[in-house]
Design a protein around this ligand. Structure first.
Ligand SMILES: [Zn+2]
Length: 116
């Protein structure tokens, strides 16, 4: 009878990924960590939840006006609300480039706000 070499503890541990925070909505976080989550909350509280990239409501992440890769800081002045998808699409693109590719056509939005 050969002894099985597969019962070592090390092997078992590798097959289980480390357990991270599993509380709450389980949303994808861009930078990870409690600090970034706090910054997102502060950004949405200060600037609202209108995505600054597409102009629609429902933003759930914070986007850097100046990308971190270009020296942008994690401050409220450099953060604006954005959809996760818009945030991801923009990546490290400059804002000028983004709006060149995704112009905000606010004129097309028909708002029947004067019903009375
Ligand atoms: Zn958006």
């Amino acid at each position: 009878m050969p002894a099985s070499p597969r019962t070592s503890c090390a092997y078992r541990q590798l097959s289980h990924p480390p357990r991270t925070t599993q509380s709450g909505g389980g949303r994808m976080s861009k930078w990870g960590g409690a600090k970034s989550r706090a910054l997102v909350g502060a950004t949405l509280a200060r600037w609202g939840t209108t995505c600054h990239l597409c102009g629609r409501p429902g933003a759930t992440t914070a986007d850097h006006l100046v990308p971190r890769s270009l020296g942008g800081e994690d401050t409220l002045d450099n953060l604006r609300p954005a959809h996760a998808s818009c945030n991801y699409s923009r990546g490290n693109m400059s804002l000028a480039k983004w709006f060149e590719l995704h112009p905000l056509n606010t004129s097309q939005r028909a708002k029947p706000s004067r019903v009375w």
